[in-house]
Ligand binder design. Structure first.
Ligand code: ADP
Ligand code: MG
Length: 366
């Protein structure tokens, strides 16, 4: 399986209705949906570049349609023990946060609340169908990477250490954030409360630093632990809203933004280098050069990875759009092994009720 790369072109906002549209899905005479995005060559507008993706969603695509087509099918795999990663990539203002988080109205909700809703539904069904033999615990972590530093978003801003949290490689080869908090979540209401609070933390922290949240990567990690009498199966779904991929050298940032922009550009630059190196089949992939790429570990982790390229169709985004199309279309060549996480078999139960697992504290109510 390769990384699945899909493009989503956002509609024009009200204030943009008079603007020039230059990005479009290729027309398809058969009425099938197109998998090609076209954009003019900025050096010669009579020429058009074409980029092919696994799927292209045009401006009429609803949140529900995107979720149903791209994320929902992987819920089953998640519960079979596969890790699922969904990340949004693109220029600031192209719809990454809209796609991942979305609005408050039911129809506007993005991938993340829909994912959680699907996880809870499936978890309850599994618990019920097993007559209580399987307990499912859903736990949430949420953090941001800003200037190559990791900050826990479930902790109050005042508790942050300036240097952030370190990363650690686990025995199974996965990279995790050391000391990251994890909160059990019983249902969608629990989740929403945590999520809203955490997003407020994110904005507060950004405001304090006179920064903007579109300059950090936000990573939500949903850990699903299924426990039966004799085994524990753990898998995670990660939903990532990456920082804007625009080239800050081209924007009119003030001096105070320079350091910050360089670092943010760096992690996204490293990501594009990783994608290139993997696509070319090179042995050395520069994952370690930024925390974001270490965490994302494209093509290293087993499981399912979906990259959503968000696009604004406007001419004002021309060069940055072209660059994001270039990076993401190369990401299709990355192979991912679809291997389930190992099941951990418990020791034969001793006389105590807790056989060494500290994970299954709060099973979901069936
Ligand atoms: P980003 O996170 O990539 O910077 P946003 O998600 O904040 O971009 O989107 C920029 C603006 O466009 C927001 O006002 C958002 O509500 C709007 N928008 C983005 N995608 C869509 C969409 N598919 N439908 C309607 N509005 C959208
Ligand atoms: Mg955003």
């Amino acid at each position: 399986m390769s990384v699945r790369v899909v493009a989503r072109i956002r509609p024009l906002l009200e204030k943009e209705l008079d603007k020039d549209i230059i990005v479009r899905p290729a027309s398809n005479d058969d009425g099938e949906s197109s998998t090609v995005v076209k954009i003019p060559n900025p050096r010669n507008e009579s020429e058009e570049f074409s980029f092919t993706f696994n799927s292209v969603y045009d401006q009429s695509t609803t949140q529900e349609e995107l979720f149903t087509a791209e994320v929902s099918p992987h819920l089953k795999s998640l519960f079979l023990g596969l890790d699922v990663t969904i990340f949004a990539y693109g220029v600031t203002g192209t719809g990454k946060t809209h796609t991942m988080r979305g609005g408050l109205k039911l129809a506007d909700r993005g991938v993340i609340p829909r994912l959680l809703s699907g996880v809870f539904r499936r978890a309850k069904k599994i618990a019920k169908d097993s007559n209580g033999d399987t307990t499912v615990v859903v736990a949430l972590s949420y953090y941001e990477i800003y200037n190559d530093k990791v900050f826990d978003l479930l902790e109050p801003v005042e508790k942050r250490t300036p240097s952030g949290l370190p990363l650690r490689a686990e025995a199974n080869g996965k990279t995790v954030v050391a000391g990251l908090s994890e909160r059990p979540c019983q249902d969608l209401k629990d989740f929403e409360q945590l999520y809203i609070e955490a997003n407020t933390n994110r904005v507060t922290a950004a405001t304090k630093l006179n920064a903007h949240s579109s300059r950090s990567h936000a990573i939500l990690r949903v850990k699903v632990t299924q426990t039966t009498r004799d085994m524990v199966r753990e898998s995670t779904a990660s939903a990532i809203d990456l920082a804007g991929s625009e080239d800050n050298r081209r924007t009119d940032n003030g001096k105070e933004r320079l350091v910050e922009s360089a670092a943010i550009n760096k992690s996204l630059f490293v990501l594009s280098q990783c994608i290139d190196a993997i696509a070319r089949g090179e042995r050395r992939i520069p994952f370690r050069e930024s925390k974001m790429t270490r965490i994302l570990s494209l093509g290293q982790n087993n499981g399912i990875t979906i990259m959503i390229l968000n696009l604004a169709p406007l001419r004002s985004y021309h060069l940055d759009t072209l660059s994001s199309l270039n990076v993401s279309s190369r990401a299709k060549r990355i192979e991912v092994r679809e291997i389930e996480n190992e099941i951990v078999y418990k020791q034969p139960p001793r006389s105590t009720t807790n056989s060494g697992s500290n994970i299954a504290r709060q099973p979901l109510r069936p």
